[in-house]
Write a protein that binds this ligand. Structure first.
Ligand code: 4AD
Ligand code: MG
Length: 474
């Protein structure tokens, strides 16, 4: 007999049929009612032990957290709370549990506690919903690019270049402790014969493929040793990086906006049950906040609003003026006050623009060159670059991208100004030597879009095993 997924039972219930299911016991009441979940859906199915049909010894072993296989008849339920249930004819205990010690009890646990039980938290409704949405979202992203004929490419994870030039790399080495010299290590003795690190971005390699294959994208893990312990930064996160030949910054912004709207629609179309559950969860959480701090939108409303409305687009200089003249700046409500053009925006500034001023997703473009990476195309004013950041409510920066500097002389000048080792980038400069074209791309932080879709407020709760400063458990 084949195992049936609980999800399939709910989508097309075959009443009066004998079926076999397997799962983990979420609750066991009155020695009679088992709530079973197999991860395929947010819903548990009720399985009923009919009088004296099952051996007492087996019933004794059933407890929360144990895994079982159940055979029985699917019938219309007379009880409240469910339309149908399974009348058990036999139970096989696969793995017993200890109900007193099992960490996931049938009550509300804090997310902090569940992070310490990251190997078991997937058995809760919230985490299974989040992770099903995460999985669907990945599929929706591939589908979006596939429909547009983009080529999916895999860029290296071990690299010898610092794509963002920010020096936030994790070293990769097989040298022994005594070969590492604080005064200068001889990396020619290392595994690759040179200094290598985990990649912070696949962009530079993606550019080489775009200038040959046309439109490409990467979807892979990236690593950053930046010591920022925030709810939106992880040391290991996944990024989607499309790179398009012949695209200028406007084409790039258009693609980014339609990309985000499409994948959000994909989630609305394909994850309605999980979204409805998370929507309710968030509503309960919001109702406990003081009235003036409550969000105007529910989770689903927020996603729909993002799909239905055009993103506001404005230049860094325009955004700077709005922020500088805002009451928040004048009344010193910002932690970082703005007075001089050229400073980087902090997340409080981004959130002011998105959540208070425009009340809409925002794209800021043409940033000061001083605060952006070396590869961004310099504008004619000589002080701004063709960068763009997409900012989302509750998240801040969700996408960062730019038109790339395709002119060899300008790029070389910037690389030198920024003290970057030109020798390591000879192949990147070759692209500008042989058949250069205008091109653009961007990076979407996968966990940040998962946070937006699920309403989860900490990046640690949207990736199975988060890596953050001082934490690499599991
Ligand atoms: O703005 P970033 O640093 O841009 C790049 O890496 C470019 N190479 C992308 C490109 O043009 N191909 O990062 C892109 C996005 C950010 O907007 C943010 O969503 C996410 O990656 N991100 C992080 N997400 C989680 N934890 C971190 N530490 C992140 N750093 C960036
Ligand atoms: Mg950025």
């Amino acid at each position: 007999m084949n195992l049936v997924k609980i999800k399939d039972i709910f989508t097309s219930p075959d009443i009066d049929k004998n079926i076999l299911i397997g799962g983990w016991v979420r609750a066991f009441r009155a020695k009679k009612f088992i709530e079973l979940n197999d991860g395929s859906t947010i819903k548990n199915i009720q399985c009923v032990i009919l009088d004296s049909s099952i051996d007492e010894k087996i019933i004794k072993k059933i407890s929360i957290g144990c895994s079982i296989k159940v055979k029985g008849n699917l019938v219309k339920s007379i009880g409240k709370g469910q339309n149908f249930e399974i009348q058990i004819s036999s139970i096989e205990i696969l793995g017993e549990s200890d109900p007193d010690k099992y960490p996931i009890q049938p009550k509300k646990h804090s997310f902090e506690f569940l992070r310490e039980q990251a190997h078991l938290r997937i058995r809760t409704s919230t985490f299974s919903s989040v992770m099903r949405i995460r999985s669907k979202l990945a599929f929706g992203i591939h589908e979006f690019f596939n429909k547009k004929d983009f080529n999916y490419i895999n860029t290296p994870i071990i690299t010898s270049n610092d794509a963002e030039g920010a020096g936030e790399m994790f070293k990769v080495t097989t040298l022994s402790d005594d070969q590492i010299d604080t005064k200068g290590t001889d990396y020619s003795k290392d595994f690759f014969g040179k200094k290598t690190s985990l990649t912070v971005s696949g962009q530079l390699e993606a550019e080489t493929y775009a200038l040959g294959l046309g439109n490409v994208y990467t979807f892979g893990p990236t690593f950053r040793a930046e010591n920022s312990n925030t709810s939106r930064h992880a040391s290991e996160f996944w990024m989607i990086e499309p790179e398009m030949a012949f695209y200028d910054l406007n084409d790039n912004m258009d693609l980014a906006e339609s990309f985000l709207k499409n994948i959000l629609q994909f989630i609305l179309d394909n994850c309605s049950e999980d979204l409805a559950f998370l929507d309710q969860r968030l509503l309960k959480e919001e109702s406990q906040k003081p009235k003036n701090e409550r969000s105007e939108f529910t989770l689903i409303e927020k996603i729909k609003f993002t799909i239905d409305n055009e993103f506001v687009r404005l230049s860094y200089s325009e955004a700077f003026e709005i922020l500088r003249n805002s009451n928040y700046n004048k009344k010193k409500k910002f932690k970082y006050l703005l007075d001089e053009w050229g400073c980087d925006f902090q997340s409080e500034h981004e959130r002011f623009l998105v959540e208070k001023h425009f009340k809409s997703p925002v794209i800021i473009y043409d940033y000061p060159s001083k605060i952006k990476a070396f590869y961004m195309r310099l504008n004619d004013d000589g002080k701004t670059v063709r960068a763009m950041d997409v900012l989302f409510p509750g998240i801040g920066e969700i996408i960062g991208g730019s038109q790339r500097e395709e002119r060899l002389d300008v790029l070389e000048k910037r690389i030198n100004e920024m003290d970057i080792d030109e020798k390591e980038l000879w192949w990147y400069l070759d692209l500008r030597r042989y058949g250069t074209v205008p091109h653009s791309g961007f990076g979407l932080g996968f966990e940040r879009i998962v946070m937006f879709c699920t309403g989860m407020q900490n990046i640690r709760d949207v990736i199975p095993y988060p890596r953050t400063p001082k934490n690499a458990s599991f």
